[in-house]
Design a protein around this ligand. Structure first.
Ligand code: ADP
Ligand code: MG
Length: 242
């Protein structure tokens, strides 16, 4: 059974149909890259998978649970799908550890001690075990984004959705964040990444989805999608001569 089953999903904002019938099954442990021009619907798709946006038609199941069911089920599910954004959105008045502990504390009403231990573990997982007490403004952008990843991991998600998580970083800080993502991938985490990092997608992802005007325009293993793009739209997007 796929972990995430997306079937004929349509999403409109007013008259603007942004997703025009998306179908995509994502298996547990799969690493998916979503590529495509700005405005093609990539972020909207991720937000729909996370239940941050409602859909107009079709269905999305995560772990076998329908996203269109009642609010309580949706809430529980949202906690099980982590999302990381371009902007790290750390709380500036909390330490790295505090940021990572916050969600499990608030949401799961966990006692302080076990979450502190959990937060330490999660920060270690992203290579920042030594930064537990550091505040966001004492961390580089790459480190802040890694804290944001640790924060998402603290909720023990079934899958992680990453929306251009390296786009706001200085070029020299991109690699450390991608290295963390790569290690999560190798540990078997299910990952859906909207990314401009084509080399990374090529190296780490199992499948690449090219979105164009609200549709899955091409999909396949990276070696196929990048080396042999079939449609003129993808050829143009990749800058390959048709
Ligand atoms: P991408 O991430 O591929 O750049 P988006 O999913 O952000 O694309 O946007 C796709 C389209 O949906 C764009 O035309 C955008 O203006 C529109 N859109 C996205 N979010 C909203 C919203 N909350 N309200 C109205 N229009 C939106
Ligand atoms: Mg986007």
């Amino acid at each position: 059974m796929p972990l995430i089953a997306i079937t004929d999903v349509k999403k409109r904002f007013g008259d603007n149909e942004v997703l025009k019938g998306i179908s995509l099954d994502i298996e547990p442990g799969e690493v998916i890259a979503i590529i495509g021009k700005s405005g093609s619907g990539k972020s909207t798709l991720l937000r729909c998978i996370n239940g941050l946006e409602s859909i107009d038609e079709g269905s999305i199941l995560v772990g076998g649970v329908h996203l269109s069911t009642e609010e309580s089920a949706l809430k529980a599910l949202r906690l099980k799908v982590g999302m990381i954004f371009q902007q790290f959105n750390l709380f500036p008045h909390l330490s790295a550890g505090g940021n990572v502990m916050l969600s499990p504390q608030v949401v799961k009403k966990a006692a302080k001690a076990p979450t502190e231990e959990l937060a330490k573990k999660m920060l270690e997982r992203v290579g920042l075990g030594h930064k537990f007490d550091a505040y966001p403004d004492q961390l580089s952008g790459g480190q802040q984004q890694r804290v944001a990843i640790a924060r998402a991991l603290a909720m023990e998600p079934m899958a992680l959705l990453c929306d251009e998580i390296t786009s706001a970083l200085d070029p020299e800080l991109v690699a450390e964040v991608l290295a963390v993502v790569k290690s999560l991938a190798s540990e078997g985490m299910t990952l859906v990444m909207v990314t401009h990092e084509m080399r990374f997608a090529r190296e780490v992802c199992d499948r690449v989805v090219f979105m164009h005007q609200g549709r899955v325009h091409e999909i396949g293993p990276p070696e196929e999608v990048f080396a042999h793009p079939k449609t003129p739209e993808l050829q143009q997007f990749l800058g390959v001569a048709a």
